[in-house]
Design a protein around this ligand. Sequence first.
Ligand SMILES: C[S@@+](CC[C@H](N)C(=O)[O-])C[C@H]1O[C@@H](n2cnc3c(N)ncnc32)[C@H](O)[C@@H]1O
Length: 197
Amino acid sequence: MGRFVVKDAYFKRAKSDGFRARSAYKLKEIVEKYPIIKKGDKVLDIGCAPGSFIQVISSIVGERGLVVGIDILPVKPFPSCNVKLITHDIRDIDIKVLLLEHSIEYFDVITSDISPNLSGIREVDNRNFYDLFLSVVNIIKDGLKEGGFALIKAFYSESLKDMENELKSLFKGVRLFKPSASRSVSSEIYFVCMYKK
Ligand SMILES: C[S@@+](CC[C@H](N)C(=O)[O-])C[C@H]1O[C@@H](n2cnc3c(N)ncnc32)[C@H](O)[C@@H]1O
């Protein structure tokens, strides 16, 4: 009972704080512990709808920074001029074209909170998530600057170690972190990836 009261509080807080989703508090907690986003950064947010990560990132990077959000679903526009939104499936995004279109050489930070539509069949959901993870990794390879940071949501599964190894080959430091704003019944966890090689 106590646990539900606490977790529900994030939902209510998001409403009263004007966040589009409770996920905002997960990102806030992560960047407090690992300050991977700074003022002026150019950030790509993958799987961004409805946009609460974008709200947090936009306030950190400020008006000289930029947040580009991509989701397969349309996202309600933001008034802030440092936010650009793209409606697209990340599995067929051409990151080099996207960089050119936004006159960016590379992103400083890439965040991914992407999750597939769940079928309820564990093997299918794990495979679908792993496919999305590989697309995120390809975007990181070509779109993130050397020395850049990434934050990637994952789910506990047999593939978690493979994902960690893949990320360790790309970054000097990789940490696993579960924010307390993430429901304890959820198997989600975040990879905090530091200093792209
Ligand atoms: C948990 S939500 C993200 C919440 C978001 N971080 C926020 O703070 O508002 C996961 C998102 O991944 C998106 N998604 C799933 N598959 C996708 C794909 N192939 N391409 C782009 N976005 C996808 C979903 O549409 C969904 O909006």
